[in-house]
Design a protein around this ligand. Structure first.
Ligand code: IMP
Length: 211
């Protein structure tokens, strides 16, 4: 059964594919151009979804619907972000956009905002939207992981993405980037949200059977 992953972020796509591995699911994304061509699906190179919702849920729905209408496939979208306690939850839904620059520069800017702060508590939060136009289904699943913000970036940036080099999950003394993406995928906010999704899709059998 085909499911489309509504994202242009290749790191996110790889994480979702690694976490959701199941023989009965064929997970497709913008990266699978050959397979999409066989299904007569073409995604314009400049296709972009304005993420102007006020909540993770609104943005996840915007992305899921946009790609579902384009592909005709049941679609999942992840909207996620980092919420820092002492900054009243900032940057939250703005995690990818509040500071213009590279991911490394955004992490540095966040560390700068926290330079005099002793409270380093933070969480990653993910909302996954599952949208199936044919069956008229819209469902949301969420996951969070609590932790703290490191004093400086640590770990290999190839392992993971975004704020991974500055986030230390509770119970560990290493950042997500130091722990590595394989381990991150066993405990992350995205893993927890996708676990709920897979329960819904696979065990509760909410996917239409192929014709
Ligand atoms: P969006 O969901 O596409 O709006 O982007 C989420 C942004 O939140 C990412 O670009 C990262 O900056 C941050 N983020 C979300 N999940 C993670 C994660 O697992 N690791 C590191 N950063 C993340």
């Amino acid at each position: 059964m085909n499911i489309f992953i509504a994202s242009a972020n290749s790191s996110k796509i790889k994480e979702i594919k690694a976490i959701l591995q199941d023989d009965s699911l064929n997970l497709l994304s913008v990266l699978d151009t050959a397979e999409l061509a066989k299904l007569n699906i073409s995604i314009p190179a400049d296709f972009d979804v304005a993420e102007d919702g006020k909540t993770f849920q609104e943005n996840a729905l915007l992305k899921a619907k946009a790609y579902a209408f384009l592909t005709g496939l049941p679609t999942i979208a992840d909207d996620s972000g980092l919420e820092v306690e002492v900054l009243n939850g900032f940057p939250s839904v703005q995690s990818n956009r509040w500071f213009v620059g590279t991911a490394r520069e955004r992490s540095a800017a966040l560390l700068d905002l926290l330079k005099d702060k002793t409270n380093r508590r933070a969480r990653f939060y993910s909302v996954i939207c599952f949208f199936d136009q044919k069956q008229n289904l819209t469902e949301f699943f969420d996951g969070e992981i609590q932790g703290t913000i490191a004093q400086k970036p640590r770990g290999n940036e190839i392992e993971g993405f975004g704020y991974d080099p500055i986030f230390i999950p509770d119970g560990y003394d290493k950042t997500f980037a130091e722990l590595g993406v394989k381990f991150k995928n066993t405990i992350s906010h995205r893993k927890l949200a996708l676990l709920k999704l897979s329960q819904y899709v696979l065990q509760d059998k909410h996917l239409e059977q192929p014709e």
